[in-house]
Design a protein. Structure first.
Length: 191
């Protein structure tokens, strides 16, 4: 009798453990589906092309697009930033002096053009700062602000890297982009 009760108890425990494991796998599968819907890889042909061309990780480009416009190519900010990667027309004109192209500002609504110039700008900023947090801060607040912060030891660490961002919006922006990068890496770039 004791043996039978112990056997039943063991079977119940094993069943509960198996059910827990299966529920965990099912939950992860559903969660990944929801995350993939919320963190898409729209415009992948342009992201792949320009991320490769300018040496920017694809997850970074997708995270910036997600954070800036949530993949709306027609997005315009209150400040006047345009398109998927929310590029200011003045920044676009300045970047074109470096690429030696001459395009109309309306091309910022074109996904290929916007991703090209947004990725080019990220690459430029990375060459300038060699730190993604500083790149994201500059992308949001402007590299002039980041340059000033880097000259002020109240905003830098012992290595001269940005350790504190005085603009709350920019601090939150950097955090959002980094969180989005983590999700993109988990969903699409880690085995």
């Amino acid at each position: 009798m004791k043996y039978k009760k112990a056997l039943v108890r063991s079977a119940v425990i094993i069943s509960i453990l198996l059910l827990s494991v299966l529920t965990g796998f099912l939950f992860q599968f559903i969660w990944d589906k929801v995350d993939r819907a919320n963190y898409p890889r729209d415009y992948s042909e342009y992201v792949e092309q320009y991320a490769g061309q300018y040496g920017v990780p694809e997850a970074v480009v997708y995270a910036v697009i997600k954070t800036e416009s949530s993949f709306s190519s027609g997005a315009v900010s209150d400040a006047g930033a345009v398109g998927l990667m929310q590029i200011m027309p003045d920044t676009f004109n300045w970047l074109m002096t470096m690429t030696k192209e001459s395009l109309e500002e309306g091309m910022l609504y074109d996904p290929a053009t916007n991703i090209k110039y947004g990725t080019y700008y990220l690459s430029y900023l990375y060459l300038r700062y060699n730190s993604w947090d500083e790149v994201f801060a500059a992308y949001n607040a402007g590299h002039g602000n980041v340059d000033e912060w880097l000259e002020d030891e109240q905003y830098t660490d012992k290595d001269g890297k940005l350790s504190r961002i005085p603009f709350e919006e920019t601090k939150n922006y950097v955090k959002k982009v980094n969180n989005a990068i983590d999700v993109y890496k988990r969903l699409y770039y880690e085995s």
